[in-house]
Design a protein around this ligand. Structure first.
Ligand code: GLA
Length: 330
């Protein structure tokens, strides 16, 4: 058996996690337990998965993943309670299709959070309580049904409910593009208002869906320092380094990464892990959004069927040069 274990190189720094699905666990159960000491369910703890119909909770799949984590002594992050995506319509509507009132939606939010976090309170050490609530381009909060119906305090309420039913869990706000200056300022404003109101928030999840050209060191450092200045812990929650910038349609049909791509990716991984290590006193976990390059959501998004190679293990599960670069950092 392969004795090489990725997480060992970071044991003094932070947890090293991976997002997994039941399919990945079926094929790579040993591999995951070998290299990572934390997991996140890629989709299986989202609202639509856990409560597809009102009052009908489906925990079978999530329970199995939790059991896997337990059996293998892995930490597990909870992802995610309140989000504008992957949440069923019934949550926001009456039977005639009209929107429910603020009070009804708050009651549904509380019921969902209560059921879910109570069930896993001994297993999940943290939760992404609210995901992606900040607008990318302008204004402040992203338009969503949560916001429309409840108002701006839906975020604070979610944190209070989560804390009420899982008082020991560390509670995170999680978002992407969290290192882009304009969005970073808006996220900071939100976090600061939560902290000022005494809301039970403990951390900021920087998703880390990045690429081989972006972001730069300065953007990452400034972001970590700004969020941490509020007394929050930082986790990198969904790390992958895409070979492409956004919807870049060059290289259509590429079946293997070019040498140049791989080199830029190695440099990027090395650069960012140096920073993560430097900030080990505030960073408590770094989670990859996937395990190996045979499967990544980036093969389908934002360009469908554009093969990508964003992780540090290749399609066969062999360590890439990026892996060697990051384990060599002192
Ligand atoms: C966001 C969500 C994740 C996942 C990714 C895409 O980052 O937080 O749960 O859906 O998008 O896979």
């Amino acid at each position: 058996m392969n004795e090489e274990r990725l997480y060992k190189y970071f044991e003094k720094d932070f947890y090293i996690g991976a997002a997994v699905s039941p399919r990945v666990l079926k094929h790579k159960s040993q591999f995951v337990a070998n290299h990572f000491n934390s997991i996140t369910a890629e989709n299986q703890m989202k609202f639509e998965e856990l409560q597809p119909k009102r009052g009908e909770f489906q925990f079978d799949t999530a329970d199995k993943m939790v059991q896997y984590a337990r059996d293998n002594g892995l930490k597990m992050r909870g992802h995610t309670l309140v989000w504008h995506n992957q949440t069923p319509d019934w949550v926001f509507t009456n039977e005639d299709g009209s929107y429910v009132t603020r009070d009804v939606l708050l009651a549904r939010m509380e019921a969902h959070i209560k059921e879910v976090v109570t069930r896993y309170k001994d297993d999940l050490y943290c939760w992404d309580v609210v995901n992606e609530a900040i607008d990318d381009k302008e204004g402040f909060l992203r338009q969503s049904k949560w916001l429309d119906i409840i108002g701006e305090d839906f975020i604070e309420k979610a944190f209070r409910f989560a804390h009420q039913y899982a008082p020991n869990a560390q509670l995170f706000y999680n978002d992407y593009n969290a290192v882009i200056p304009e969005k970073r300022e808006r996220i900071y404003k939100l976090l600061k208002s939560l902290v000022d109101q005494g809301a039970p928030i403990h951390g900021m999840g920087i998703q880390g869906h990045w690429n081989i050209y972006w972001p730069n060191e300065d953007e990452i450092r400034k972001s970590i320092e700004l969020y941490a200045s509020l007394g929050l812990k930082i986790q990198i929650t969904e790390l992958d380094i895409s070979m492409f910038e956004g919807e870049d349609k060059r290289n259509p049909g590429l079946v293997a990464p070019t040498k140049e791509m791989l080199k830029l990716q190695e440099e990027q991984y090395e650069r960012i892990f140096k920073i993560f290590k430097e900030y080990r006193d505030v960073i408590t976990a770094v989670t990859f959004w996937g395990v190996a390059d045979d499967y990544s959501w980036l093969d389908y998004f934002p360009v469908f069927n554009r093969k990508n190679w964003p992780l540090i293990f290749d399609e066969k599960g062999e360590p890439k040069e990026s892996y060697r670069k990051i384990i060599a950092i002192k």
